[in-house]
Design a protein around this ligand. Structure first.
Ligand SMILES: [Zn+2]
Ligand SMILES: [Zn+2]
Length: 107
């Protein structure tokens, strides 16, 4: 048996609406760039562009970089544990995904 829930009063609906508006206003439209990116001292400007013309735009570079860093967390320990298999790929990126990501960001 369902207990009946009273519909929200007008005051409650206005309060909920105001809370949502306040939350929307508090959120910046775009995430602000990290300091290093704004000052152009991040890895993109410091390392990537230093090695030649850009194939990735700034944002895309950091996206690939983040993915590569995440993979390194599983890939590198596997290779450290299998020093006899330098040409093999770890189960986490069996197709050599990390290699390709690292080449793209010139790591
Ligand atoms: Zn950057
Ligand atoms: Zn791997």
């Amino acid at each position: 048996m369902l207990t009946e829930i009273a519909p929200p009063t007008l005051d409650e609906r206005v309060a909920a609406l105001e809370a949502r508006l306040a939350a929307l206003e508090a959120r910046p439209l775009e995430a602000p760039l990290p300091d290093a990116c704004r000052r152009r001292t991040c890895s993109y400007f410091r390392d990537y562009l230093a090695q030649g013309p850009a194939e990735l735009v700034h944002e895309a570079f950091h996206e690939v970089e983040r993915e590569a860093l995440a993979l390194q967390g599983t890939c590198h320990p596997w290779h450290d544990a299998h020093p006899d298999a330098p040409d093999q790929h770890c189960p986490g990126c069996g197709s050599g995904r990390l290699d390709r990501l690292e080449r793209r960001i010139r790591a």
